[in-house]
Structure formats: C-alpha cells, structure tokens
Design a protein around this ligand. Structure first.
Ligand code: ZN
Length: 126
C-alpha cells in the first residue's frame, strides 16, 4: 500500500467519524427543541385564585400582584406565590413558588386557594 493510499483510507475513516459526530451533535441540538415542545404543554398557563368561594383566573404570562384580605399573591415569570400574608401560620408563604398545572398553595385561615390550571384557561378568549 502506498503512503498516499493509506492517507486516503485514514481520511475516509475520519469522514465516517465526522458523519457520526455531526449526527450526534445534531441530535444533541434537537433534543432541547423537543423538550421545549413538550414542557410548555405540561406547564400551567393560568392561575385560579379562590377566596370565600369566588374564583378569579389570571394569566401566568402577565406579571402582577393580587392582594386579597391582607395576602399578597405575586405572579412572576410564569410562577405564582404568596409573597406575604398576615395569617397566623404563614404556611401559604412557606409553600413557595408553584408553576405546574395541578399545583396549589392554600391559606387555610383566610380561605384563599391558589391553583395552577392548564389548558382551557389560557385567557385566549380575551
Ligand atoms: Zn396563610
């Protein structure tokens, strides 16, 4: 085998490896895209705040502060949480940020229920 032929063979092998490498890189690049497509459907879109039996639905995509009966509920970056509350237990404040559909934060003493809701409450009817 001439050195040139060996060189050619080597470069061919590298081409195959390059092909595999490119394929792997492409898959790695596409994976986050797939996750991005899947994750938003799981994420909650709106938040339902119920106080004394009355519910109000707010969009999670809009940052806002909702004050009910001394409780300060903050909607920020698609998450919602009791920022502060003057209830005795503060359990609602300790619940922290919620953002998945079905998650809820409840203030028992004040009868405030904050629930993340998914499809059907996305506020698109505006
Ligand atoms: Zn509370």
């Amino acid at each position: 085998m001439t050195p040139q032929a060996e060189q050619l063979k080597k470069s061919k092998i590298f081409t195959v490896f390059d092909g595999i490498l490119i394929t792997v890189v492409l898959i790695l690049c596409l994976l986050p895209l797939f996750f991005q497509l899947i994750v938003p459907t799981k994420k909650g879109k709106s938040v339902k705040i119920t106080h004394n039996g009355t519910s109000t639905i707010y969009s999670l995509s809009q940052n806002r502060i909702v004050e009910i009966d001394g409780a300060v509920i903050k909607i920020e970056d698609g998450k919602v949480f009791f920022e502060s509350n003057d209830c005795p237990t503060k359990q609602c404040v300790h619940t922290g940020k919620i953002y998945n559909a079905g998650d809820s934060a409840i203030c028992m003493p004040k009868d405030i229920r904050v629930e993340i809701v998914g499809d059907g409450f996305d506020g698109s009817s505006k």
